[in-house]
Design a protein around this ligand. Structure first.
Ligand code: PRX
Length: 652
């Protein structure tokens, strides 16, 4: 288990109760837990009424073919209609849906009625490009309104989108396009990052050399930089979307119609395409948004700092908030461009009331100092959210004091790409918050912490986090691989979904997440697979063998540390570590770049050849190396630590 998280338990034992005024007017009250427990299916059936169903569902859940679920059986709906059109029909056309803030300072307010027109135009343009219901569309865009519009246009047509984070490389993009066989790619010339234009189109051009199935590329002009152009394939957004009709009648799709595929890292080399479908996903995204953030549509301004390229951007920028008719900020850039107070300036300017970010960002702001947020009026904030990893108590308390004025509840939301929406979180008007704990399962969600035998552990004990009942926004399968879905999530304990996380119940039964128990790392709240980075490393001509571990890092939570054995031919290559770091960035993306590459003579392996990452983690974290008795060759660790002294000196 993660020692950092365990030791946190001792550091902060304050509990923060919900503020009285918030509790008095909260969207949900304490009774909700008992109501949901009494009959979870009926509970979710009631929450489904938040949406507009063209054809009502006849049954809430069909679990007869477990673990393949069907939620809201027989129901038909259109996700984009629910996120956009119905608000216009309800008289909210002039309400701002998106306050876009570009990094260079350009801004644009988009009302729900403008959003409806632009989504309809994009849908009509996609139809002209040959997109039909069921076709896959890849989206590779910066954080600009067109990203949201493109996703909703696909949803409107029943064409599942796969959004690829703009920080991923051409190779990562092409492997995702190929895996889901996307027909169209939507991209931009580039976006703005850290004060400069950062190109995207060249990566698409490179990726598509390996993707003959892509027939069209729709390109948004954002930066105005020159781009290479493939005639007959590439079309400008401002040519084909802006001139398209603003009228498009949305069709109804089955509740189980695929909505999107989101790739995420697992324990093997190839990323998994997590499939989410329409009805159940939208119900849970919408309801959790409303309940967890206590969203009041008439007065709240919400801002989630995630990128649309991750699941948080899908559920809590696009589908949840828009289904609930929220007004939100969409910011293109980094928190420190052009200065380190940019986020707080935006909060003050737009009167943001609900703010959702990641612990790694909070720790970075802590390092910059509390005088920076103190220069801005943050008094509008009333609920703060956290996602991506456990928020360490120090960061929790700093966030609450310096951003939340010592009064705002913090909702530490545990969930995953696979779960689609919040699963464990406090409710801000109901649940007390303990810094470092995600507290309790969301109403209607059943989780347990179990031991190796699958038996629940008692309070005060740790084990594995499992989800014991199906939930509406659960993944339906891994795209194209039902077997891998069963094997990955439902085989360790056949009746439970195993999340891959360790957890502990404290003496009151509150849940503390303790990090991954598998070979998945969490760097800045992003999931990276050790195996994926190892394969990238061994694809380099200098490398014979590689092992990657996640080592504790003050800012990013974990950092990638690589141990490599060089090929004989590479022994004299200068600065091999810099070469390898650049190589991983090229193969996967800059987020996967190792913090350190250590050249070692051997790797610690068991007799069956499995690399003992636990021992390498000890080395990477400068700890005394643990029990090495199961190693095939017990002298290896001494060799490695001796070798590393040299490598570390090189790094310095
Ligand atoms: O280990 C958990 C961690 O992030 C993993 C899911 O990563 P991903 O699918 O990329 O989704 C991230 C955004 C939902 C989980 O298995 N994690 C996420 N949120 C928390 C967390 N760990 C502790 N506390 C959290 N609040």
């Amino acid at each position: 288990m993660n020692d950092l998280a365990l030791s946190n338990l001792a550091h902060e034992d304050r509990t923060f109760d919900p503020p009285g005024d918030l509790a008095a007017r909260a969207n949900v009250s304490a009774e909700v837990y008992a109501e949901a427990d009494a009959d979870p299916e009926a509970f979710w059936g009631r929450q489904a009424e938040r949406l507009d169903w063209g054809t009502p569902f006849t049954r809430v859940l069909d679990w007869s073919k477990a673990p393949f679920a069907k939620w809201f059986v027989g129901g038909r709906l259109n996700a984009a209609y629910n996120c956009v059109d119905r608000h216009v029909e309800n008289g909210l056309g002039d309400k701002v849906a998106l306050h876009f803030v570009g990094e260079p300072g350009d801004t644009r307010a988009i009302t729900y009625s403008q959003l409806k027109d632009e989504v309809s135009q994009a849908a009509n343009a996609l139809i002209d490009l040959g997109v039909k219901a069921g076709d896959r569309v890849a989206i590779y865009l910066p954080m600009i309104p067109e990203a949201v519009i493109a996703m909703l246009a696909c949803a409107r047509l029943g064409a599942p989108h796969t959004v690829v984070f703009g920080g991923f490389s051409a190779d990562a993009l092409s492997s995702r396009i190929l895996d889901c066989d996307a027909k169209v790619v939507i991209t931009a010339d580039g976006g703005y990052r850290r004060g400069k234009a950062s190109a995207l189109k060249p990566a698409v051009d490179e990726a598509l050399q390996a993707c003959p199935g892509v027939v069209s590329v729709l390109v948004v002009r954002r930066t105005g930089e020159d781009v290479a152009w493939t005639g007959g394939r590439d079309v400008w957004w401002h040519d084909v979307v802006t001139s398209a009709s603003t009228t498009h009648v949305p069709q109804l799709f089955d509740s189980e119609h695929p909505l999107y595929v989101m790739y995420t890292s697992g324990t093997t080399g190839a990323p998994k395409g997590i499939l989410h479908t329409t009805g159940g996903y939208l119900v849970q995204a919408a309801y959790t948004f409303w309940a967890t953030f206590d969203h009041k549509p008439d007065s709240d301004v919400y801002w989630c700092t995630a990128d649309v390229g991750w699941v948080t951007g899908h559920s809590y920028i696009v589908y949840g908030p828009l289904a609930e008719g929220a007004t939100q900020v969409l910011y293109e850039g980094t928190p420190d461009t052009p200065h380190k107070g940019r986020w707080w300036e935006i909060i003050a300017e737009y009167g943001v009331t609900l703010f959702y970010t990641a612990p790694t960002a909070i720790r970075t702001c802590m390092k910059w100092g509390e005088q920076i947020p103190a220069e801005h009026d943050l008094s509008s904030l009333r609920v703060l959210g956290s996602v991506g990893e456990s928020i360490n108590p120090e960061a929790y308390v700093w966030y609450r004091e310096n951003i939340g004025g010592g009064k705002t509840p913090i909702v530490d939301t545990w969930w995953q790409t696979e779960t689609g929406a919040h699963m464990i979180t406090p409710l801000p008007g109901v649940t007390s918050g303990k810094p470092g704990s995600a507290m309790t399962a969301f109403p209607g969600i059943s989780v347990e912490v179990v031991d190796d035998a699958g038996e629940p552990v008692g309070n005060g004990e740790g084990g594995y986090l499992v989800i014991t009942e199906p939930w509406p926004s659960m993944l339906r399968t891994i795209w194209g691989d039902d077997e891998r879905y069963k094997e990955t999530y439902w085989s360790r304990w056949p009746d439970y979904y195993f999340a891959g996380d360790g957890a502990k119940k404290d003496d009151d039964g509150a849940i503390w997440l303790l990090g991954r128990v598998d070979d998945v790392m969490n760097v800045s709240g992003h999931r990276l697979s050790t195996t994926e980075i190892e394969s990238a490393l061994v694809s380099h001509p200098s490398v014979a063998e590689a092992a990657v571990v996640g080592a504790a890092d003050d800012t990013t939570g974990q950092a990638v540390v690589a141990f490599v054995i060089l090929r004989e031919s590479a022994k004299d290559v200068e600065d091999v570590s810099a070469d390898l770091r650049a190589h991983v960035a090229k193969e996967i993306g800059p987020i996967a770049k190792p913090r350190q590459v250590m050249v070692v003579p051997e790797l610690p392996k068991t007799r069956s050849g499995k690399i003992m990452r636990r021992l390498l983690r000890d080395v990477a974290e400068n700890r005394e190396v643990g029990d090495a008795t199961t190693l095939a060759d017990s002298s290896v660790m001494a060799l490695i630590t001796a070798g590393i002294v040299d490598a570390k000196n090189d790094e310095d």
